[in-house]
Design a protein around this ligand. Structure first.
Ligand code: AMP
Length: 219
């Protein structure tokens, strides 16, 4: 089962990716996570990627498409993958439409910008495990003082606004494009209300995926 999670930063894609990965034994390909790891290298391309990310801008399509194809080819022994953070532009979406990258499901997370801003402001990361926590949640308070949580540089208010601008400029047109041509698509497309609780969203996704005949054969 090849799944794409599409939506603005902070719309809950990453959280659901972790649930689905555990529930259906699928690897997560998180483009942002792969890029963040790559910025630790001391090469000129890593520096360019780091600067671009820290400015809230998107990385070039050529780099991203190559990277995603490469990671997908490494997951061929698994019965699929969860792609978190791809596609984000029309050029990236075209690789799915022309079947260079085969996908079965796309879940689009819809959520108002104001809620996104609040969510991202409270987002903290465990620098060792990469796990995400949110201030004021039970899972955060339990771990408070136990681990040194950090804030992503691009989670600052100024940069979040820039990331949302990039979303409006590049990703919304791609979503509109997908919606216009849905009848001719080679994948199933679902819209998810990202303001619902984590559990409700997960239930909705599971209801859809559990109807998958390929999945029934798998278990
Ligand atoms: P994320 O962790 O998904 O919020 O992504 C963090 C940053 O990585 C983004 O703000 C972009 O700079 C970059 N990035 C992630 N996915 C893509 C993509 N599909 N295309 C271009 N840039 C991306």
């Amino acid at each position: 089962m090849r799944i794409v999670l599409l939506g603005a930063p902070g719309s809950g894609k990453g959280t659901q990716a972790e649930f689905i990965a555990t529930q259906y034994h699928l690897p997560i390909i998180s483009v942002g996570e792969i890029l963040r790891k790559s910025t630790k290298n001391d090469t000129s391309i890593s520096k360019t990627i780091k600067n671009t990310m820290n400015n809230g801008k998107l990385i070039s399509d050529t780099i991203i498409i190559k990277l995603v194809k490469n990671y997908i080819s490494q997951t061929t022994r698994n019965p699929g993958f969860i792609l978190d953070g791809f596609p984000r532009t029309i050029a990236q979406a075209k690789t799915i439409e022309n079947k260079e990258i085969n996908v079965d499901y796309i879940f689009e997370f819809k959520i108002p910008s104001q809620i996104i801003l609040e969510r991202i402001k409270g987002r903290r990361i465990d620098p060792i495990s990469g796990k995400t926590y949110h201030l004021n949640t039970e899972n955060y308070s339990k771990n408070l003082n136990k681990i040194d949580l950090a804030r992503r540089i691009d989670d600052s208010e100024i940069i979040i606004k820039k990331r949302l601008e990039e979303y409006k400029k590049f990703t919304i047109p791609l979503i509109n494009h997908f919606n216009k041509t849905l009848n001719t698509k080679n994948f199933k497309y679902y819209t998810i209300n990202g303001t619902k609780t984590i559990q409700d969203i997960n239930k909705k996704i599971k209801n859809i995926l559990n109807k998958d005949t390929k999945l029934q054969n798998l278990f």
